[in-house]
Design a protein around this ligand. Structure first.
Ligand code: HEC
Length: 129
């Protein structure tokens, strides 16, 4: 009897996790309400770059963090990250060098999606869009 209860709860919890993961994946890939890219298809700060920064960096760079303390609000975070953006020489932006592991934890791959999106946004002038 006890064995059955254990089995039943194991199966139930696996089923729950499975359906949760299906919901998760449809959220990220198929959500047509999330607008990314401007009218020319170029990445925007609020729609593309900021969500990646918040997701990848926000875990450490929280409001109480000593440096580059993010808030989660794109309007405020734009001003916070701009000191680390080099529009003249995008590759030299601390935002990217730190993110890819130069004297910092390696979070992003050079050439990865986050890196490419962010550098494209910087090359386009790093505007607050
Ligand atoms: C595991 C925790 C952690 C994560 C995640 C993290 N950072 Fe950092 N970051 C730090 C620490 C600690 C420092 C301070 C020491 C240093 O400069 O490396 C720092 C410093 C920085 C600095 C220099 C700020 C200054 O004023 O000197 C930048 C820029 C930066 N991080 C960007 C990023 C970006 C962009 C991401 C996400 C792609 C990110 N970090 C993710 C821990 C983290």
């Amino acid at each position: 009897m006890t064995t059955w209860i254990v089995w039943f709860s194991v199966v139930l919890s696996l089923a729950c996790r499975y359906s949760a993961s299906i919901e998760d994946s449809s959220d990220t890939s198929g959500d047509s309400t999330v607008e990314t890219g401007d009218s020319n298809g170029e990445p925007t700060f609020s729609g593309d770059v900021h969500p990646m920064l918040w997701e990848s960096c926000g875990g450490c760079h929280l409001p109480a963090f000593a440096v580059m303390a993010l808030t989660g609000d794109p309007a405020e975070d734009y001003d916070i990250i701009m000191p680390y953006v080099d529009v003249v020489n995008p590759m030299a932006s601390l935002l990217l060098t730190k993110a890819t592991g130069v004297q910092h934890e390696k979070i992003w791959e050079v050439g990865g999606n986050e890196f490419e999106t962010t550098i494209a946004w910087i090359e386009n002038g790093a505007v607050n869009n």
